[in-house]
Design a protein around this ligand. Sequence first.
Ligand code: PEP
Length: 255
Amino acid sequence: MTERRLLIAGNWKMHGLHREGVALAAALAEKAASHQSAHGPLHLDLLICPPATLSREVSETLAESVISVGGQDCHTLERGAHTGDVSAAMLKDAGCSYVIVGHSERRADHGENNDQVKIKAAAAHACGLTAIICIGETREQRDRGEAMAIVGSQLAGSLPDEANASNTVIAYEPVWAIGTGLVATVADVAEIHAGVRAGLAKALSDADAVRVLYGGSVKPDNAAELMELEDVDGALVGGASLDADDFWAIAATCL
Ligand code: PEP
């Protein structure tokens, strides 16, 4: 079995003014640095995705840190007349190395579909960013027994042709578990992640090396049981990533 390096990613969503964002990033950098000086190199990857307004500041704050910075969305195009949008090239220029695409809040708030997510992921790849492609079913879809089918079709529809294990991460995030305190059962997560891995195997030659994260109300007290699942390669963390102690505690379950 291919060894996959875990990734713990924080999605700050639309939270963080300048002072608090920089302070949060600095607090995490401090925790990572003190862990490294006590125990040596980290055996996982850490990422924070602040709002685009803070990308550069947070990148500069983390310049000496192992923690990477990502965007929360990018446009399908590199530049142009698209008021209010941010391109992958702009995120890269501001110090990002990852970008989340297809988050369920983007799919719901902005009507994004798989075709657009696929083009966004390709735009990220073209700029050298790693795309974190989010997929996940709604409560109604799960209740109808459609979770696996929905996740499978989102995966197949959102993966661009050039996707591979180095430029793509998948995040399975059941919509009903995001920001609600509800967490999918360990058995459900294991089942969907195995299905995602099987779906990746149909599409990619290096599917076994692609990291598949779980997201949806991951907290310090539930992270350990989720992170030890065979096909779970880390977490995409929303609310708990806004607190340095909580985010670090989640990461620490994998250290
Ligand atoms: C998310 O926004 O991707 C997320 C998983 O949020 P939360 O951890 O707050 O459920």
